[in-house]
Structures are given as structure tokens and as C-alpha cells.
Write a protein that binds this ligand. Structure first.
Ligand SMILES: *Cc1c(COP(=O)(O)O)cnc(C)c1O
Length: 404
């Protein structure tokens, strides 16, 4: 029974040394490999690994099989190569900034980014001597005047949160190229099922795997890759040095989530379109809905741009505004008990968020109003439940607000 003996000395021990039983057949599920360290056969072999002549791992912060397997699948989805999986979406954004920017550089960003990205840009990068400013990514002229001689990177999301405005990607890609700046696109909201930024001039693509790609709200992971190999290496080095490493178990779970990504996204998108139409139908009826924002509807201000950019896909996010103030908001949340009021998106289950008290709570009411975010605004991330159930839930919540 070699299994109970140390492989090299032949002595029995419970410490290390165990070997997996051999099997002529292979597992269909990829193994989870939590090992932090890997034993090399010699110093020469380790040299060969570090010099890229031999494939192999040495220490998990520098890379591990579950991360690489996941990265390869997302590369394929995003049309990128040699992507980096990180411990969160924010870690992916951090790897990009830390790897590619230096003191004195300027970053121009869309003004309706994910809340933590905005915070990183307003509070953290300036401490490192990196200048940042913001402009409406839907307004090419506003973006153009915000470019500076030291603009090194432009960061946008193709669809804004929570008003679902669509960025003028064609114009922005032209601006970035003209200014010799890198264009980075956070593709979390849109997902590669709907938008592939590299095909629209992006130099860098980011995704919070935590959301749609993993899809089950049980892992926190991010992804980033760049068109240019030197940029990829710089981001990878930053991630290894700053410790932005993903957990093998999270990568393993996210890989499992990816199996159903296309199906989940398509189902959620279909339901989102149905819900947007249903809620819009309540506007003239005095049923407590003030407006509905869904890029797939002809009444969305960026409908035409969405059609061109997303090839007929419009995503799973529906934003709507109910009548009444905070009291109505609380009543709505209380009555829509089957839809968790939770600050996330892209889960298999629908989730409801209230930007004024969550993602955009850091802004003054005036600043929120300038972005079109009212107190009664909700953002619904539609999941894969039966759409009739979601509609019943939303109608019951509206009825509760109106005291019907
Ligand atoms: C959630 C999110 C992030 C951050 O991802 P984490 O995995 O939570 O760190 C970044 N950008 C967008 C658009 C997001 O929705």
C-alpha cells in the first residue's frame, strides 16, 4: 500500500506524501487544486519554469491551475488572451491601475461608474499622485473636452448604473486612439454575451466575475486582460505583488457557474424585456409607476445606440421609478418580499436595488438628481425565475404602495 507511505522515503506518515489513487478513466469535473506550494524536481527545473521553458506552478499567489482554467474560458468569451483572474472585480481594476499608471498620469472616467470604482478614482488614485476626472460617457463632446495632455487611460462602462444610459463607444474609442490613451471597458453590466469591447476599440477589458459570469452570488472574483502583451504582464506583476490573488475554490465554483452563463443570461434578458413592457403599461394607468428605463424599449433615450452597439441584445437590468418618497420605497421593498433587496446584480435570482440608499448614497440629493436618480428609483436585476412570478410580485408591491 504505497498510498500510506511517504513517496520518497517509503516510511509511513500522515504528514504529506499521500498520493491520489490512479484511475485509467478521467474525472469529467475538473479537479479543485487548493495547493499553495508546488514541489519542483530540481533547481534547474525551477529555473526553467521561471524562464517559461517548462510549464508549471510554484506558489499560488503567482498563479494556480483553477485560476488559469477559468481565465482561459473568459478569454474565449471576451475575445481576449492570457487574461488574469483576481480575487474580486475591484482587484481587477486595481491590477490595471497599479500595473499601468504612474504618478502624474491622468485618468478620464465615465461619471456613472460602479460606486467603488468612483470611490477609487476620487479618493485613492489622487493619494498616489494620479489625477482623475469624470464626464458623461454618452456625450462624446463632453468626453473630448475632458481629455488632458497627460490622459493615460479612459475607463467607461458601456451601460451606466442605474439609469442604463449607453456610452458612445465608437466616439470614445476614437478619442482614446487620438489622445494615445488606453481605453478600458468594465464589461460587467453588459457581459460578453451582449458586448465584446475588444471589437469596439477597447485596449483593456474588465469583468466582475462575481456577477453574471459566476452567477450564483457565492464567489467574489474579477477578470482583466489587455490587447498588449506588455500591459498584460504589468497587470499580472501588480496582482502578484499586491496580492490580488483569487481563491482556487472560488475559481472552481465560477467555472461551474460559467456552464450555464449563456442560458441564464438569455432567460433573464427575455424576462427583463417582458417586465419592462409590463411596468411601462402601468404608467398611463396611474398604477404608481412614473417611468421605466430599459435600453430594449423604443422610449429609452439611447435605444438606437443600444441596438447598434449590442446587436439586438439589451440585458437583464430594468430601472423604474415609483411615485412617492422614502415611505413608498420602504413599502415597495416590504411587499416585494420574493425579490431580495440586495446590492448586487447578475445573480440567478432577481435582486432589487435602491440607488439613493445604496450605490449612490455617497452623493448629495442634488448630484443624484443631476444624474437622473430620484428617491423612488429602483434597479431590478432580473434572474431566471418564471417571469409571471416576478410580475405578480412587482404588481403586489405597487398595490401595497398605493394602499389598494
Ligand atoms: C460589482 C462590480 C464591480 C466590482 O466587482 P467585485 O467583484 O464586487 O469587486 C465592478 N464593476 C461593476 C460594474 C460591478 O457591477
Amino acid at each position: 500500500m504505497t498510498r500510506n507511505k511517504d513517496q520518497t522515503t517509503g516510511r509511513r506518515t500522515l504528514v504529506r506524501g499521500g498520493v491520489m489513487p490512479e484511475s485509467a478513466s478521467r474525472p469529467v469535473v475538473p479537479p479543485l487544486q487548493p495547493s499553495v506550494v508546488y514541489a519542483a524536481s530540481s533547481a534547474d527545473a525551477l529555473d526553467a519554469q521561471y524562464e517559461g521553458r517548462l510549464a508549471g506552478y510554484s506558489y499560488a499567489r503567482e498563479g494556480h491551475p483553477n485560476a488559469d482554467m477559468l481565465a482561459e474560458k473568459i478569454d474565449w468569451l471576451e475575445g481576449g488572451e492570457d487574461g488574469l483572474v483576481t480575487g474580486s472585480g475591484m482587484a481587477a481594476i486595481s491590477a490595471m491601475f497599479l500595473g499601468l499608471l504612474s504618478r502624474g498620469d491622468h485618468v478620464l472616467a465615465g461619471d456613472q461608474l460602479y460606486g467603488r470604482s468612483l470611490r477609487m478614482l476620487t479618493q485613492d488614485l489622487p493619494r498616489l499622485g494620479i489625477e482623475t476626472s469624470f464626464a458623461d460617457a454618452g456625450d462624446a463632446a463632453a468626453m473630448a473636452v475632458a481629455i488632458r495632455p497627460n490622459t493615460r487611460l479612459i475607463l467607461v462602462e458601456a451601460v451606466s448604473n442605474p439609469t442604463l444610459r449607453v456610452a458612445d463607444m465608437t466616439a470614445i474609442a476614437g478619442l482614446a486612439a487620438g489622445a494615445d490613451a488606453l481605453l478600458a471597458v468594465d464589461n460587467t453590466f453588459t457581459t460578453p454575451a451582449m458586448f465584446r469591447p475588444f471589437e469596439h476599440g477597447a485596449d483593456i477589458v474588465i469583468n466582475s466575475i462575481t456577477k453574471f459570469l459566476a452567477g450564483h452570488s457565492d464567489v467574489t472574483l474579477g477578470y482583466v486582460t489587455a490587447r498588449d502583451a506588455d500591459h498584460r504582464q504589468a497587470m499580472r506583476d501588480a496582482a502578484v505583488t499586491w496580492g490580488l490573488t483569487p481563491s482556487p475554490f472560488d475559481c472552481w465554483l465560477a467555472d461551474r457557474g460559467l456552464h450555464s452563463f449563456d442560458l441564464r443570461f438569455a432567460a433573464a434578458e427575455r424576462s427583463a424585456a417582458t417586465i419592462a413592457d409590463h411596468l411601462s403599461g402601468h404608467i398611463p394607468g396611474g398604477r404608481g409607476i412614473r417611468r421605466v428605463l430599459y435600453p430594449g424599449r423604443a422610449d429609452h433615450p439611447d435605444h438606437a445606440r443600444a441596438r447598434t452597439l449590442f446587436g439586438g441584445r439589451h440585458g437583464n437590468m430594468v430601472t423604474f421609478e415609483i411615485e412617492g418618497g422614502r415611505e413608498a420605497v420602504n413599502a415597495f421593498i416590504g411587499a416585494a418580499a420574493g425579490i431580495p433587496f440586495a446590492p448586487t446584480l447578475g445573480d440567478i435570482g432577481s435582486t432589487l436595488s435602491h440607488p439613493a440608499s445604496s450605490s449612490h448614497r455617497g452623493l448629495s440629493a442634488d448630484d443624484r438628481a443631476a444624474l437622473g436618480i430620484g428617491e423612488g428609483m429602483f434597479r431590478l436585476s432580473v434572474g431566471i425565475e418564471p417571469v409571471e412570478m416576478l410580475i405578480d410580485e412587482l404588481d403586489a408591491a405597487l398595490a401595497a404602495v398605493k394602499g389598494d
